[in-house]
Design a protein around this ligand. Structure first.
Ligand SMILES: CC(C)(COP(=O)(O)OP(=O)(O)OC[C@H]1O[C@@H](n2cnc3c(N)ncnc32)[C@H](O)[C@@H]1OP(=O)(O)O)[C@@H](O)C(=O)NCCC(=O)NCCS
Length: 196
């Protein structure tokens, strides 16, 4: 089942050679460079999976995300219950390398859509391979709230670029709709406006 109303007119696809990337700018040079120079090769080698977001009828990407896997120290988990059952030092997780939206299109819910797509992908992975959730590194402290509103929490030591985790239990609840608050939590204002 779908975990929310998708943004009208937004399509999410796998990155292809046909996707024009040269004009993309999100305002963070490192992310722009990676998207232009490395994304396609990494995607084709399946080192990461790159998803691009497109507004209807527009071949130019409005945003992109890059999803892979990682291992992370169990000692960094903040909830003691999460540490039970791992017979290892590290836990496995999906890892969101990047999420970025074109500078002129930010604030319309596109980043949230890309994040939800990574969460759904992690849910699908977890049906086949054991993972402890979705991990990412926030570029800086300012971006933390963007992730916290979907339930991500900071793990590990204090850092200018905090590591954040959405545990698999929360992902299952979000995707399977087991909590009545899930839709309120993840609904963007744009979606709400479009539905009314
Ligand atoms: C961060 C980013 C991906 C968010 O995408 P977006 O499409 O602008 O975000 P959304 O419209 O889905 O915003 C959803 C919510 O997050 C908040 N938010 C978005 N960007 C934020 C930021 N930089 N800091 C804090 N909150 C932010 C919005 O205010 C919104 O909250 P609201 O619904 O309560 O108003 C986008 O701004 C971006 O590409 N930034 C440059 C690249 C980058 O920093 N990527 C993240 C690396 S950690």
């Amino acid at each position: 089942m779908s975990i929310r109303q998708p943004l009208l007119g937004l399509q999410l696809c796998d990155l292809t050679e046909a996707c024009p990337r040269t004009g993309f700018t999100c305002g963070e040079g490192m992310l722009d460079d990676w998207f232009k120079k490395k994304a396609l090769k990494r995607h084709q080698r399946r080192q990461v999976r790159v998803t691009t977001a497109h507004l209807s009828g527009n071949a130019a990407p409005a945003g992109f995300s890059a999803l892979g896997v990682c291992t992370h120290p169990i000692a960094d988990l903040t909830d003691e219950r999460d540490k039970v059952g791992w017979d290892a030092v590290m836990f496995p997780a999906c890892y969101l390398h990047f999420v970025a939206v074109h500078r002129t299109l930010q604030g319309r819910g596109i980043g949230t859509e890309l994040l939800l797509s990574a969460i759904t992908a992690t849910y699908e992975v977890s049906k086949h391979v054991g993972v402890h959730g979705l991990v990412l590194t926030s570029l800086n402290q300012n971006k933390v709230t963007f992730y916290q509103r979907l339930g991500f929490g900071i793990i590990g030591r204090e850092s200018g670029s905090p590591t954040m985790l959405l545990p698999i239990d929360s992902i299952v609840e979000l995707v399977e709709g087991e909590t009545s608050t899930a839709e309120t939590l993840i609904e963007s204002p744009v979606s709400a406006a479009q539905r009314s």
